[in-house]
Design a protein around this ligand. Structure first.
Ligand SMILES: Cc1cc2nc3c(=O)[nH]c(=O)nc-3n(C[C@H](O)[C@H](O)[C@H](O)COP(=O)(O)OP(=O)(O)OC[C@H]3O[C@@H](n4cnc5c(N)ncnc54)[C@H](O)[C@@H]3O)c2cc1C
Length: 392
């Protein structure tokens, strides 16, 4: 798998200034009562999306020549961690959008980059990646959506599901089979830039355990005609490679979300353990709670460091599938464990919808599924580890 060219890190001052602006915005706009309201109503936070546009977040990792901020993965990961420690859902609005932009910037023709990247960077067009189908998630080569060439167009038919931003977004990286009989199967796969139209629509928003407010839905292509110029890179058969080419950054994104949740849960538990008293002292002073906090702070720190390690490797232009996999695997499990432990520390109040920990507890499991399940991550890590350590 290729990695994009090395990214120049920001100066410490520039990065600190940017993160300060994100923190100030989060304090102002992601107040607990606002987040709780939108999360519980599962309502799209349109005003927050507008503010994210103003902050330039829709172009965070897009090159400045196309109107983006051109941030290195390490800075972007810090932004995602900060936001996710408060409200992970809204990072999904930009993460999958930026994965579409990455596919175009890394593999698109010069004309495609010029045409699509500026409006993606400004957030005028928002979208994501439409890969998964009802019968194919992990085994992406099993997708059934087809694109048949007719003159200078393709006619696309098929159903995508579990697509982030499917309802509110307007343009997607659509993975199809241009040659359903190809062997190996991935040689028949292609990726298109696919704006919605009456023949490519979202049919429904899926009800979910967590990751609320942001829409995850189905997309249906029904004799959907797309100009051939929308085929990313202009050559058929590259879609699987183009999709997996973005996975390292995708996994760093999810790792950052997990590290953010792990940190957020730790912060909530730390505060609560000092104000809640039982048997004449703060519960933080009971050894059972102290042990939990000790484990939680270690997990949160390790998740952060693994994520930043993978991001730094990505920014140096190195192959980092193992590092990104380790970060994604560890951070998402840390998110799950810290949110459960924080909930236990809150006692009954951890189970209350008037406290924030129940949201982190519902949001955490997604990080174990997205961008490759944690079962697959461990297999990928192990394969790469053996490859780097051959016995001969
Ligand atoms: C909220 C949410 C948002 C999402 N957003 C997007 C999106 O924007 N775009 C998109 O394309 N997809 C998206 N997805 C889909 C996600 O990428 C898939 O759910 C994921 O890839 C797993 O696929 P699956 O659900 O079909 O599980 P399956 O592939 O059916 O796997 C089921 C179980 O079997 C295990 N398994 C499968 N194969 C193996 C194997 N070879 N070895 C060991 N274990 C295996 C898996 O780890 C899992 O535990 C989203 C999913 C969710 C829940």
């Amino acid at each position: 798998m290729d990695t994009p060219g090395a990214q120049t890190p920001l100066t410490a001052e520039d990065e600190a200034e940017l993160l300060h602006a994100i923190d100030a915005w989060a304090r102002r706009s992601l107040r607990p009562e606002v987040v709780r309201e939108f999360d519980h109503a599962d309502r799209y936070p349109a005003h927050i999306v507008e503010e994210m546009k103003e902050l330039g977040l829709f172009g965070a990792t897009i090159s400045p020549e196309y109107g983006g901020l051109g941030l290195p993965a390490s800075t972007y990961a810090k932004i995602v961690m900060r936001i996710s420690s408060v409200w992970m859902s809204i990072t999904g609005i930009i993460n999958s959008h930026l994965m579409l932009a990455l596919a175009i910037e890394k593999f698109g023709t010069p004309e495609q980059k010029k045409k699509w990247l500026p409006s993606l960077a400004s957030g005028e067009i928002r979208g994501g990646l439409a890969l998964t189908e009802p019968d194919a998630g992990t085994d992406l080569q099993g997708i059934r959506t087809t694109a048949r060439r007719e003159g200078d167009h393709y006619v696309i038919n098929g159903t995508k599901t579990w697509i982030t931003n499917a309802v509110e977004g307007s343009c997607f990286g659509l993975l199809v089979k241009t040659d359903p009989d190809a062997q190996p199967r991935h040689k028949g796969m292609s990726l298109f830039i696919a704006p919605k139209n009456p023949n490519f629509i979202s049919t429904r928003k899926l009800p979910k355990l967590g990751y609320k407010a942001i829409d995850t839905g189905e997309l249906i292509a029904d004799d959907y005609r797309l100009p051939a110029e929308n085929l990313i890179g202009g050559v058929e058969g590259q879609g699987f490679y183009q999709t997996t080419g973005g996975l390292e950054l995708g996994r760093i994104n999810v790792a950052a979300r997990g590290a953010g949740i792990a940190e957020g849960a730790l912060q909530l538990a730390t505060k609560y353990a000092q104000i809640r008293h039982t048997f004449g002292k703060p519960i933080a002073e009971h050894q059972a709670i102290a042990l939990k906090l000790g484990e939680m702070v270690t997990r949160a720190r390790a998740a952060r460091l693994l994520t930043l390690d993978a991001a730094a490797s990505f920014d140096r232009g190195e192959r980092c599938d193992m590092e990104a996999g380790m970060a994604k695997y560890f951070s998402s499990e840390a998110a799950l464990e810290n949110s459960v432990e924080a909930m236990r520390i809150h006692g009954a109040y951890g189970y209350s919808q008037e406290y924030d920990i129940e949201r982190l507890y519902r949001d955490a499991p997604l990080t174990c599924i997205g961008e490759g399940t944690n079962e697959m991550q461990r297999i990928i890590i192990s394969k790469q580890w053996i490859k780097r350590n051959p016995e001969s």
